[in-house]
Design a protein. Structure first.
Lengths: 99, 679
């Protein structure tokens, strides 16, 4: 499914109600929600690639470019946050589960 | 009984400090102490040629058993001695070579499995682990070797007594661990007597069936040990009497040289020559001893100081002003904002940082409940282990979830930061800086609470009173009285507190910032500059102590400290104290101490000497012929006669009357005077 889209020289993101919104309206909560979707292994997180000239709106270009780059990097290691937080108190869980 | 020393080094290995072995010195040692048998036990090495040389050199005076001291362990190691019979040296040498090959540096050691492979039949040897002596052999290894280990080496007479009494312990043995070298001056009296007729591994092992078969002296069973090669003393309390200059202090000095961990309170040690200086030193000593209490008491305050010293309200205020003014400007220019400034993210604030203190504390608390042994029955009464485990898991899962969310938020914050930076480069609109109002307000609350806390803590109060033998150590806190008092406390020349005294009195937070500016004050000490802690020793009537009382207190402290030593030597405590104090306090404490460790007390005083009821008595006498020599007589207090190591004897009754009562005549006269007074 496409979550970040480029159309008519503008950037768009899919909001919580599954509507495409212009990227200049994106808030931090939206990015966090997209992050959850991007790291969910059951979801295929797709984005339109930003290329030379396919976004003309300069503000959109800045935001879309940064978000696209960061998500692209993240998709290579979806389990990153789970790996980092999932090992907390691993020993304790094992110890008391066995006892 | 045979006197054995089964722990002697004759080779300087990687595990030894430098020494050069002398066979003559070893011979001298064996002869001087009438030792019947020794074992050569070098670190991880058995030199068969050297062993044969030693054996033939000493064959006329003692039995020499072959042995080795091995580094044995798991993650770290202890020592164990292995001894075999004289006719086994060829085979023993090959096995020891296998140990030597594995231990190249002083940190190397072998495992129990390797030991088993090398020596295969453990039953054949006499094994003596370091039991209550460093480096101690791992208790698991001792239990894994089972009945092959019957005894263990200890490092002091005190430990020998303790282990001998404890029937669950291995049988204690006490050896010299000697390195006989040319420059060895004092021969140690650390040997053990075994109830055996011949000296062999099997007879020694047979004797180790019962604790009573080993002792520190030949005749008196386990009541005595040799403090000097020719001088037995009690394992409990020995009193030494004798005329002036009869060698009593000399004897204590000799004993002090023999052992490492001895508490020796010398004569006149506690008398004050300069009372003023003595009073100051005394208070400083008490302060040093009690400072750990004060540190503990002020820990929560120190934590508060550590937090507040990093808060800069002025900086917060400036940031707030900047935030508000830019916000107003942004609002005014809103209609003129360009497309960059109109983006929602341009004015987006960041996700605040999450704190995990509470949840990690909860997790640790539940873990504590699960790990508790002592009060497990009470815990079980209210909550089952299964429920606690479920609770722990739930908390951990929640913690992981929140942690994950926090990592994600940080990731988003970074992204937003980058976008905002890039947008702000392109816009002409006012940039509203990030400002954490919550944190700003929290800082203000923290400072206000800190000020309240300091005002409370500065109040003059007695924070602790500890009773020590009839005295009270009082710890009191109070505000500093002046800048010079603060400066004196700091002990630094280049600091001045005078410009901060207003803040000290009225604005503790500003005063703390002043301390931060003073580079000479270490950060960790800031909290000490808010309240002065004063220590006072009061006598039983609640008054400050006099010079004499200070000496009494110090003696009690010294004796109290003695518990951590292996032996206590006291030389004439009566030189500094009155009889009532000696009888009521000192005697009682010495008696209690002597239940667990040897105490040797030199005295002229009948209050100490007679009423303390010693377990053993030594009388010293100076003999002037061509040279001055000292003769020592010893025996039980109930014996009619005391005997010397050369076989002379002397009447006990006469000695006690002469030394403690100034002779029979004076004693009778005094007795008659007292009777007259009484009637």
């Amino acid at each position: 499914m496409i979550y970040l889209k480029i159309d008519s020289g503008k950037g768009f993101f899919l909001d919580a109600e599954d509507n495409m919104q212009e990227i200049h309206d994106i808030r931090k909560e939206d990015i966090l929600r997209l992050l959850d979707l991007a790291t969910d292994s059951s979801i295929t997180f797709e984005m339109d690639e930003i290329k030379d000239g396919n976004i003309q709106n300069e503000a959109h270009k800045i935001i879309y470019d940064k978000i696209y780059g960061k998500f692209n990097e993240l998709l290579k290691n979806k389990a990153r946050f789970i790996d980092e937080s999932g090992s907390l108190y691993l020993d304790a869980i094992q110890k008391y589960t066995d006892s | 009984m045979k006197k054995l020393d089964l722990h002697i080094h004759t080779i300087q290995t990687v595990s030894d400090h430098p020494f050069s072995f002398s066979i003559e010195k070893l011979r001298e040692y064996v002869q001087a102490l009438s030792i019947d048998g020794i074992a050569i036990t070098n670190h991880n090495e058995f030199d068969i040629t050297q062993y044969k040389d030693i054996q033939s050199s000493l064959s006329d005076i003692c039995v020499v058993l072959p042995g080795i001291e091995i580094n044995l362990g798991k993650s770290n190691f202890g020592h164990i001695i292995c001894i075999t019979d004289q006719d086994d040296i060829e085979d023993f040498s090959i096995r020891c070579k296998a140990v030597q090959d594995r231990i190249i540096t002083q940190k190397n050691f072998i495992s129990l499995d390797e030991l088993q492979q090398i020596f295969s039949d453990f039953e054949k040897y006499l094994w003596i682990p370091h039991y209550d002596k460093k480096p101690i052999l791992d208790a698991d290894i001792i239990s894994a070797m089972g009945t092959c280990i019957l005894c263990g080496e200890v490092g002091s007479v005190k430990k020998f007594i303790y282990r001998q009494k404890d029937l669950d312990s291995l049988i204690p043995l006490y050896f010299s661990d000697l390195r006989p070298s040319e420059d060895l001056e004092v021969f140690p009296s650390r040997q053990t007597f075994f109830d055996i007729d011949e000296i062999s591994v099997s007879s020694i092992k047979k004797s180790l069936i019962a604790r009573r078969h080993v002792a520190l002296t030949e005749n008196e069973g386990n009541e005595l040990f040799y403090a000097l090669p020719d001088l037995p003393v009690s394992k409990r309390l020995t009193v030494v009497i004798g005329e002036r200059s009869s060698g009593k202090s000399f004897m204590l000095d000799q004993i002090a040289k023999q052992y490492d961990n001895i508490k020796y309170i010398k004569q006149f040690d506690l008398i004050e020559t300069k009372p003023e200086q003595a009073a100051k030193d005394f208070t400083d000593q008490i302060a040093a001893k009690r400072s750990s209490f004060a540190e503990e008491y002020f820990t929560p305050f120190k934590e508060a100081v550590d937090i507040v010293k990093n808060i800069y309200l002025d900086r917060d205020e400036k940031a707030l002003e900047q935030y508000i003014s830019s916000l107003i400007r942004f609002a005014k220019e809103a209609d003129r904002a360009d497309m960059f400034a109109k983006c929602a993210l341009y004015n987006e604030s960041k996700f605040p940082a999450r704190s995990f203190d509470n949840i990690t504390k909860l997790i640790e608390s539940v873990k504590n409940l699960l790990d508790a042994h002592e009060y497990r029955d009470i815990i079980k009464k209210y909550v089952t282990r299964g429920r606690l485990i479920d609770l722990l898991k739930d908390l951990i899962y929640r913690y992981r979830e929140e942690k994950r969310r926090s990592l994600e938020e940080t990731w988003v914050n970074d992204l937003i930061g980058e976008i905002k930076r890039t947008l702000s480069l392109r816009t002409s609109a006012v940039n509203v800086p990030d400002f954490d109002i919550y944190e700003c307000q929290m800082n203000r609350v923290k400072v206000s609470k800190f000020n309240d806390l300091v005002n409370t803590i500065k109040r003059k109060t007695i924070i602790n009173q500890k009773m020590v033998g009839g005295f009270v150590i009082q710890t009191e806190k109070r505000p500093y009285n002046s800048a010079s008092e603060l400066k004196n406390f700091s002990g630094k020349k280049n600091v001045s507190f005078s410009k901060y005294m207003d803040e000290y009195a009225n604005d503790p937070y500003r005063y703390l910032l002043g301390l931060v500016e003073m580079e000479d004050i270490p950060e960790t000490d800031y909290y000490k500059y808010f309240v002065y802690v004063e220590y006072q020793i009061l006598n039983q009537y609640g008054f400050s102590v006099s010079g004499g009382e200070r000496a009494e207190f110090r003696l009690l402290q010294e004796i109290d400290d003695a518990n951590s030593f292996d032996m206590l030597l006291i030389d004439e405590p009566e030189s500094s104290f009155d009889n009532l104090f000696l009888r009521d306090r000192v005697n009682q404490i010495i008696h209690e101490l002597s239940m667990n460790m040897p105490v040797i007390l030199v005295t002229h005083n009948n209050t100490v000497g007679a009423s303390i009821r010693p377990d053993f008595l030594i009388y010293t006498r100076r003999i002037i012929d061509d040279n001055v020599t000292y003769e020592r007589y010893y025996g039980l207090p109930s014996s009619k006669e005391l005997i010397s190591s050369t076989g002379n004897s002397i009447k006990n009754f006469q000695v006690v009357l002469d030394c403690l009562e100034a002779g029979e005549k004076s004693y009778n006269e005094r007795k008659r005077d007292y009777d007259l007074l009484k009637n």
